[in-house]
Design a protein around this ligand. Structure first.
Ligand code: AMP
Ligand code: ZN
Length: 468
């Protein structure tokens, strides 16, 4: 069996991955707070953990892996959006969840096996908080329930900080009802215009951290294999998840392997609205601010070029290079690949091994190039599918589009030649010029040389427009 190695943030070491139960490998990844479109940074953990999910499914069998990713659908940012827009919370969260799924599917991410909404697990959160209060790890103060960080001796271990460092370094919310400034909220009171649930501490709503502890416990148990997320979540979110879960279920060990993806930046700078380099996945997919659309597989390719533990830089140049590489693969495969045979092929061992080596996606992409260099088109197709760039249905569609486009270019060439012959006779070239302009409009350049008329598709070539 393939040996998988992963960098475990808990030990800061690359370790051999040994699942608790190879018949049920369990992974939890923190999902989005649903009030707005996902920005491209948000797609990084999705793509990284999708690759890991695909690898686990390959090694242990698809039916032996459970991947859970939550939706945070109770949060003050959502409340604010509802207030600002006059729309209901349900309407906003439903819409945003659907956007998220559409956008993440577009970059090739499989849906996790379970996608719980926080609001469906409020009862489980209340039960967990009650237990923490009973065992002295949490206390009630002014309608709030707070977790006492001093009650958990390993608090700060994941991120490697002491409680004193944290107080000095973090912008902690000082509140009179907190015994220690680092104590964090498990439950807070809701006013009448805020979403709230009845609880032993009055009508209120959960803090953010408790939802992941409660949902992972309900869906994966008190000990499971892998917990993932961006490294901005390591402190305080993951630190707090560990404290809550380990104190609520002292027999369990919570997550055994912690994986964190590094952050994404844009053209060398931290993405921010004020720098004007902030964009959503949908902006890229649809084209924004006069830019060409960037297909989902191109976004995926750029992301996988950088190892998940390294900061990654999104640049237009990388996107263009990735697009041209994928286009080349499609053109070469369209003529020669046998997709029926490709469907029966296993992924290339070198590519699986690259992923198994702490998700060395860069090396996996080199594996694709090797296949192309050796003209192994069926294998290339199979491995592009394995890595999530396309489904076989996508490939069939791409090949058909390309073949159709080539065929239609041929008929336009004949039409152009006819018009040109007529124009030579009548000395009226206006129709020829018009046709040349029209073709240019759909990304086809007309060249007239020694070999006669040639129609050359430009990068902006759009086969659908040509049909019109
Ligand atoms: P949020 O909705 O902000 O909690 O983020 C959802 C996920 O996206 C979390 O796993 C974050 O760690 C991750 N994330 C947010 N910003 C970035 C970024 N710039 N680069 C990579 N991951 C990010
Ligand atoms: Zn979480």
């Amino acid at each position: 069996m393939t040996v998988i190695k992963l960098t475990n943030s808990k030990t800061r070491k690359k370790e051999v991955f040994e699942p608790i139960d190879p018949n049920n490998v369990r992974m939890y990844v923190c999902g989005p707070t649903v009030y707005d479109r996902a920005h491209i940074g948000n797609a990084r953990p999705v793509i990284v953990f999708d690759v890991l999910y695909r690898l686990l499914r390959h090694v242990y069998g698809p039916e032996h892996v459970t991947y859970v990713r939550n939706f945070t659908d109770v949060d003050d940012k959502i409340n604010k959006k509802a207030k600002d827009t006059g729309r209901s919370i349900k309407e906003i969260t439903d819409e945003t969840m659907q956007w998220y799924l559409d956008d993440m599917r577009a970059v090739g991410a499989l849906d996790p096996d379970k996608m719980p909404r926080a609001t469906e697990f409020i009862g489980a959160m209340i039960t967990m908080i009650e237990g923490l209060v009973e065992s002295g790890h949490a206390y009630v103060a002014e309608g709030h329930v707070l977790f006492s960080v001093e009650s958990y001796k390993d608090y700060g271990k994941l991120s490697g900080r002491s409680i004193d460092d944290m107080i000095a370094g973090a912008r902690v919310e000082i509140a009179p009802y907190k015994r220690n400034p680092m104590d964090f909220v498990l439950w807070k009171p809701s006013s009448d215009d805020q979403p709230g649930w009845d609880s032993p501490w009055g009508r209120g709503r959960p803090g953010w951290h408790i939802e992941c502890s409660a949902m992972s416990y309900e869906l994966l148990g008190e000990t499971f294999d892998i917990h993932g997320g961006g490294n901005d979540l390591m402190f305080p979110h993951h630190e707090n998840e560990i404290a809550q879960s380990c104190c609520a279920h002292p027999q369990g060990g919570f997550a055994r392997y912690w994986l964190h993806n590094e952050m994404l930046q844009v053209e060398g700078k931290k993405m921010s609205k004020s720098l004007g380099n902030f964009f959503t996945v949908r902006d890229l997919l649809d084209g924004h601010d006069g830019q060409q659309p960037v297909p989902g597989e191109v976004i995926r390719f750029v992301f996988l070029s950088t190892h998940y533990t390294k900061p990654m830089d999104w640049t237009a140049e990388k996107a263009a290079a990735a697009e041209s590489r994928l286009d080349t693969y499609i053109k070469l495969m369209a003529n020669s690949a046998d997709l029926e045979r490709a469907k029966s092929l296993k992924p290339l061992p070198a590519i699986v091994d690259a992923l198994a080596d702490d998700l060395n996606t860069h090396a996996a992409l080199q594996g694709l190039n090797e296949l192309a260099n050796h003209a192994q088109w069926d294998e290339l197709a199979a491995n592009l599918v394995f890595l999530g760039f396309y489904t076989f249905e996508d490939l069939i569609e791409r090949f058909n589009n390309l073949n159709e486009a080539v065929a239609s270019l041929e008929s336009w060439k004949l039409k152009f030649e006819r018009e040109r012959e007529q124009a030579k006779a009548t000395k009226d070239f206006s129709r020829v010029d018009q046709l040349r302009n029209d073709l240019l409009g759909v990304g086809v350049e007309v060249k007239i040389g020694k070999e006669g008329v040639q129609l050359k598709p430009l990068p902006s070539f759009d086969a659908d427009l040509l049909k019109g």
